[in-house]
Design a protein around this ligand. Structure first.
Ligand code: FAD
Length: 342
């Protein structure tokens, strides 16, 4: 197959040598990840008779299984619970022949064709095309009560959850552009938004910082960190520590938004695919093509801008169509390549 990359310099071949790829099945499409992007790619490639295999990863269903109401996915006028929506995605993909498998892709070798993948360090898999949809995980502060109250007042997505907090006071943690953007967005619903920041100056760009500072609903709480989230069933307040004086105070907010960044789940592809500094996979503009022919990327793993279920599903559809067309265009070439399995 033309255009395959050479192995990255620090590539560890040992996991591949330990396994017997000669008896591994060759799949036309392997989808890595089972959030809205991966399951949409599976639905489309399934309906195209490509019998996709989906490696679901550590969070089958993706990020939305950690949330409650989803009110902004088209087609559900009453809203739907995140886990219920993702079950519907799974059912729809399975109906068209997607093979949903537990496990996590722990290594890939894109220098041979069919591509080699290892699941859970022990299961070999061969793929004629790979669709990467491993998402990006929001970073959290790391407090036990923050996790307990996730979806009950704690959120990492103002666009997703801001509208649930009308007429109340909120807090947001962070000092970058995203935090400012989200704080400004939250002022549409909240009576007041406290921006909690560890330092006495922002990392955000001047223009975003000025916009946030000019908004009368936003109040900055400098040199402070959240040390606890309060409330039995829903957020009723947060405990703040002044990092200079050690003084602990309480803010009676009804919601805490965490805007301290995201980490794309792309480590396993490092060295193979171009990524930006934060680890988001770079795709060819207007498509889901990566630099490796036959490897496509979609959803939050390649999108640091929108990060919504509907955009993830949209690019999942694009990846499926891109891979389907690529497989068809290269049919003769693919047949000429003796699969490793033989
Ligand atoms: C609390 C919360 C609430 C949200 N609410 C909304 C909302 O109301 N509306 C909205 O539109 N968006 C919402 N979002 C954002 C939305 O969830 C994401 O934009 C969307 O899930 C991204 O889809 P994805 O398929 O790209 O990735 P994800 O949903 O993150 O799925 C990634 C998948 O990759 C798998 N994976 C990761 N690594 C590997 C690996 N090595 N091998 C195999 N699989 C792997 C995971 O198991 C997972 O299945 C919310 C997000 C959060 C965190």
């Amino acid at each position: 197959m033309q255009g395959l990359p050479s192995r990255p310099a620090d590539f560890d071949l040992a996991p591949f040598e330990r396994l017997d790829f000669s008896s591994a099945d060759v799949h036309s499409v392997v989808v890595v990840g089972s959030g809205p992007a991966g399951l949409t790619a599976a639905l489309y490639t399934g309906r195209a008779n490509l019998s996709p295999v989906v490696i679901q990863g550590p969070e089958p269903g993706g990020q939305l299984i950690t949330t409650t109401d989803v009110e902004n996915y088209p087609g559900f006028p009453e809203g739907i619970m995140g886990p219920d929506m993702m079950r519907k995605f799974e059912e729809q993909a399975s109906r068209f022949g997607a093979d949903l498998r537990y496990g996590m892709v722990t290594a890939v070798d894109f220098s041979v064709y069919p591509f080699r993948l290892i699941v859970d360090e022990e299961r070999p898999l061969l793929a004629e095309s790979v669709i990467i949809s491993t998402g990006a995980s929001a970073k959290y502060i790391g407090l036990p009560n923050e996790q307990r109250l996730l979806g009950r007042g704690v959120s990492a997505c103002a666009t997703c959850d801001g509208a649930f907090f009308r007429g109340v006071e909120l807090a947001i943690v962070g000092g970058g552009d995203t935090a400012m953007e989200e704080a400004l967005f939250l002022t549409r619903f909240a009576t007041k938004v406290y921006v909690i920041h560890r330092r006495d100056e922002l990392r955000a760009s001047k223009i975003m910082a000025e916009r946030a500072m000019a908004n009368e609903k936003i109040e900055f709480v400098w040199n402070s960190q959240v040390v606890d989230v309060l409330g039995e069933t829903d957020v009723e307040g947060i405990a703040l520590e002044n990092v200079r004086t050690g003084e602990v105070t309480q803010l009676d907010v009804k919601g805490l938004f965490v805007a301290i960044g995201h980490k794309p789940n792309t480590d396993v592809f490092k060295g193979w695919l171009p990524m930006n500094d934060a680890g988001y996979i770079e795709t060819v503009k207007g498509s889901t093509y990566t630099n490796i022919p036959g490897v496509f990327a979609c959803g939050d793993a390649q999108d640091h801008v929108y990060r919504q279920a509907v955009t993830a599903a949209g690019t999942g559809c694009m990846a499926a169509i891109d891979s389907e067309r690529w497989l068809a265009e290269h049919e003769a070439e693919r047949a000429a390549v003796a699969p490793l399995a033989k």
